[in-house]
Design a protein around this ligand. Structure first.
Ligand SMILES: Cc1cc2nc3c(=O)[nH]c(=O)nc-3n(C[C@H](O)[C@H](O)[C@H](O)COP(=O)(O)O)c2cc1C
Length: 362
């Protein structure tokens, strides 16, 4: 089973959408990091449902408890375990679609693999599973910030066919959290929000693209050849439900370019080697080069839509139609921003441990 991520900064998550709780164990966090529940809660509140009219209306407080690994506000170097209880659980809408798999969701493939699936809210394949990633990622973020001054931010750059204009790092930090879409170009943010609301009214859903940027990342993270930093980032991002594409730096745009247009040329500033451009997104040969790490992910439209769809009745072996009710995100993109930031933080923390730049105690 694949519920553990990382080699030295290692997280194991558990829980389903409509069971008792979601939780995570973080092993490999060094001793000596100041940590309290508020550090985790701050990030969970950014992922929480029902933040606005463009997210699911499931109302969860997502109040986190740290069960172990912290004493007097400081990490002990022992496993840190955290739990969040599910409170606003309503399984009724799922009774009607029981054993009628939702197109584009994980219902059918879980059933084919395990012969059973938790049809209540997607079970383990629910977006709610990402809560555990964000809790663990909050620790990784804090560790990276204390040790290297690393800052990781994400923002929405596309919803459907609406693209945001290019913005710099400062604008992302300043503007992304100022609107429900998490788009740093405030004009496009309005259009995107209208588009999501329109799609929602039509009983439909829509996809988009999120960009995640990490600055002050030390050079030397990444373990060629199979655990290259970009390879592990791609795996981390693709492990998030609904993520269907990953780009580093220019990504797919590289395919249309000449070397002379995109090569990042070097120069020296304050005794360190930098590049004039950053088309490689901070990674060369699978190793960070000290420039900002730039990752983009493509997010598909939410599978659960209110429009009538064709599916099968697994018990009766018949073709049937379903209309999905219940509470769903009309667009997953804004909620995936903190999740993607968390996954990038987990990869960087793990590689910082593996490279020896972060040791057993801070
Ligand atoms: C933060 C987040 C929220 C999500 N919300 C929903 C939702 O409300 N309804 C839904 O059908 N899918 C939702 N999903 C998507 C499903 O979890 C995902 O599509 C499903 O597990 C199938 O996996 P795949 O799309 O990666 O193939 C969400 C995903 C994330 C990451």
């Amino acid at each position: 089973m694949g519920n553990t991520f990382g080699k030295m900064f290692r997280v194991t998550t558990f829980g389903e959408s409509h069971n008792l709780a979601i939780g995570v164990i973080v092993d490999g966090c060094p001793a000596g990091l100041r940590l309290c529940e508020a550090d985790i809660q701050k990030e969970l509140d950014r992922r929480k449902p029902a933040q606005s009219s463009i997210t699911t209306q499931r109302k969860e407080k997502d109040r986190v408890r740290i069960l172990s690994g912290v004493f007097n506000g400081v990490t002990l170097g022992t496993p840190i375990s955290m739990i969040v209880y599910n409170e606003d659980v309503n399984s009724k809408p799922y009774e009607e679609i029981k054993f009628k798999p939702r197109p584009n969701h994980a219902d059918l493939s879980y059933y084919l693999k395990f012969g059973i699936y938790d049809y209540r809210g997607g079970g383990r394949a629910s977006g709610r599973e990402t809560l555990a990633r964000v809790a663990a990622g909050a620790i990784a973020k804090k560790l990276l910030k204390e040790r290297f001054g690393t800052i990781i931010v994400g923002h929405t750059i596309k919803i459907g066919k609406i693209s945001a204009k290019k913005v710099n790092f400062e604008e992302i930090v300043k503007n992304a959290e100022r609107n429900p879409v998490r788009c740093a170009d405030l004009e496009s943010a309005k259009l995107m929000e209208e588009e999501i609301l329109k799609v929602k009214r039509e009983g439909d859903s829509i996809g988009g693209i999120v960009e995640i940027v990490a600055v002050n990342v030390p050079a030397g993270l990444g373990e060629p050849v199979f655990d290259k930093l970009d390879a592990d980032i791609a795996k981390a991002m693709m492990s998030i439900g609904a993520v269907k594409g990953v780009e580093i730096g220019l990504g797919f745009e590289f395919s249309e370019k000449r070397g002379s247009e995109i090569n990042d040329e070097f120069y020296i500033e304050n005794n360190s080697i930098k590049t004039y451009t950053n088309n490689s997104g901070g990674i060369l040969g699978g190793i960070s080069n000290g420039m900002p790490i730039v990752v983009r992910i493509a997010v598909k439209p939410t599978p659960s839509i209110a429009k009538e769809q064709r599916t099968v009745d697994l018990l009766r072996g018949k073709n049937v139609k379903i209309k999905i009710t219940g509470r769903h995100d009309p667009c997953i993109v804004p909620r995936i921003v903190p999740v993607a930031e968390a996954m990038l933080a987990l990869v960087l923390a793990d590689h910082a441990r593996r490279s020896g730049l972060i040791k057993d105690k801070l």
